[in-house]
Design a protein around this ligand. Structure first.
Ligand code: CMP
Length: 147
């Protein structure tokens, strides 16, 4: 069925100039980009977005990384969007992705298990939460890409 998922080109992807290559893969794969906004995330926003990871040892580093520069937040739509976007991005660890999923987006542009270039919702519940997080919640610090 037609679904929406939440995707993000993370700060390493944007600063590494991968935004247009990733956008091309998205469109060539049959997704529609429903919303797109270039954001500068602040600490509170990242802590709230990644609240499920707050007890992990990598959390402070994750917050530092995700606030290090602009990120491109997107809502994508197509049949089976959630699972298909996850399949396209590949495993969390980009180093592993280069070995096991060499055609994946994280293999192409990710650096390691933290700086993995892109995000994708992992379930319908996460997709609903993350889309509403970025479309209705605090828009502080968001830089509209188009006017
Ligand atoms: P993402 O799929 O967006 O969701 C959580 C993020 O935390 C993940 O991508 C990585 O950026 C980061 N992350 C997950 N696991 C680790 C880890 N073991 N070490 C460092 N960062 C991680």
């Amino acid at each position: 069925k037609t679904e929406q998922t939440f995707a993000m080109i993370k700060p390493d992807g944007v600063s590494g100039n991968y935004s247009s290559a990733v956008r091309k893969i998205i469109l060539d794969s049959g997704f529609s980009i429903i919303r797109e906004v270039l954001v500068q995330l602040d600490e509170d926003t990242v802590k709230s977005f990644y609240a499920e990871h707050s007890e992990r040892s990598f959390f402070p580093s994750l917050v530092q990384y995700m606030t290090s520069g602009p990120a491109l937040a997107m809502v994508l739509e197509k049949v089976n969007a959630i699972a298909d976007w996850r399949a396209l991005i590949g495993p969390t660890d980009s180093g592993m992705a280069k070995v096991t999923h060499p055609q994946s987006i994280r293999a192409m542009c990710g650096l390691d298990k933290q700086r993995n270039c892109v995000h994708g919702s992992d379930s319908p519940q996460s997709a609903a939460r993350e889309i509403s997080f970025f479309t209705t919640k605090s828009l502080t610090g968001f830089i509209p890409k188009h006017d």
